[in-house]
Design a binder for this molecule. Structure first.
Ligand SMILES: *Cc1c(COP(=O)(O)O)cnc(C)c1O
Length: 359
């Protein structure tokens, strides 16, 4: 599909852009352009692809997304390599997962090629927004929503696929900090047969109250247990978990439909196996977590996802008290995995898996 390039009437002046990307933080320094591709079942599907100025999207007040939440998204990053080139990390996995999410939400799939073309085009267009800081990246947010003006309850016939970018700094400014997490008692993130494996906004909406509760309890993040037995550890609001044990085994909760299949998770499984560890995808209970932390059998717990890469879990808190993992600090494996992953992403460590795609 050909992208029509729409002129930007007033791109950000160089000096202003440079000032804004000098210390961008996360999620607030938006770039100048966006990609929009329209879908209409009556016009043969995907059509009219544009790359143009980033601007508000006109939306009918009856647009289905505003009422029934037909929406999905992805989160990925582009990096600058030392040779000046740009690269993305396993973007074809994001394209594939986007379509898996689309199927669950009764939305049309987008050809993987088109998804990748859209992302690459935008990254090239706004490459000047790459922050010139150690650990900086362009965070890429592709998303799709139902735009049809129709209040009946059924899958919409019209959608918009949009890609935007934010300039982001090092998540770990001032070093990696272990997180303290709160075990949600009254809320679950996903139930069997629900939408937990889809990257859809509704999952996040449902996690905001428990996340606020975690903050109120002096924690950074919330961890969810399974919806049926309230016993098995699933994941954080937006990160998967790994339990590193003294006997050389590593456990990560299995993908049974209630857990988001993280690309960082998948990459870590491969990397930990290459370290000689025995990685098993099997259920891990909250009791086991506490007991193994207390006995010293559990060496580390890692939380992982695109935004924060690999973060150690230091402390776990619940109404029945709290427990500390290892020393409560940054474990050896957390450090090692983070350095390796970041190294491959920014091109300083050889990419032995074919994970890096040059843009
Ligand atoms: C996106 C996401 C993750 C992490 O996935 P990555 O592909 O590693 O970024 C984990 N859990 C949830 C709920 C998510 O939405």
């Amino acid at each position: 599909m050909e992208f029509t390039s729409l002129p930007h009437p007033s791109p950000t002046p160089d000096a202003e852009r440079n000032a804004r990307i000098a210390d961008p933080g996360f999620g607030k320094v938006h770039t100048d352009h966006m990609v929009v591709i329209d879908y209409d079942a009556e016009k043969g599907g995907w059509h009219k692809a544009t790359i143009g100025p980033r601007e508000p999207i006109p939306l009918d007040p009856a647009a289905s997304v505003l009422h029934y939440a037909q929406e999905i998204f992805e989160g990925m990053k582009a990096f600058r390599h030392e040779d000046g080139g740009l690269a993305m990390f396993r973007p074809e996995q994001n394209a594939r997962r986007f379509n898996a999410s689309a199927r669950r939400m009764a939305m049309p799939e987008i050809p993987e090629e088109l998804f990748l073309d859209a992302v690459k085009l935008l990254v090239q267009k706004d490459a000047a927004w790459m922050p010139p800081v150690e650990g900086g990246s362009l965070y890429i947010r592709p998303f799709m929503f139902a735009s049809e003006a129709f209040l009946g309850v059924r899958p919409a016939t019209q959608y918009k696929f949009v890609v935007i970018l934010v300039s982001s700094g090092n998540y770990f400014k001032g070093g990696v900090n272990p997180v303290k997490i709160w075990v949600s008692q009254d809320y679950v993130r996903a139930a069997p047969g629900g939408t937990g494996a889809a990257k859809t906004g509704g999952n996040y909406a449902a996690s905001l109250v428990p996340q606020a509760e975690a903050i109120k309890q002096g924690c950074d993040q919330v961890v969810f247990l399974d919806a049926v037995e309230h016993k098995w550890v699933e994941e954080l609001g937006g990160m998967n978990l790994f339990f590193i044990r003294r006997d050389g085994s590593v456990i990560t909760p299995p993908l049974t439909g209630t857990i988001l299949p993280g690309i960082t998770r998948d990459s870590l499984i491969a990397m930990l196996r290459e370290e000689g560890l025995e990685v098993r995808e099997e259920p891990y209970s909250i009791t086991q977590w506490r007991e193994e932390a207390e006995s010293g059998e559990l060496l580390e717990t890692l939380a992982c996802g695109t935004a924060a890469v690999v973060t150690p879990v230091g402390t776990v808190a619940s109404p029945s008290g709290e427990f500390t993992i290892g020393t409560g600090g940054i474990g050896q494996m957390a450090q090692k995995m983070r350095e390796q992953l970041v190294g491959v992403q920014n091109g300083r460590i050889e990419d032995q898996h074919g994970w890096v795609m040059r843009v």
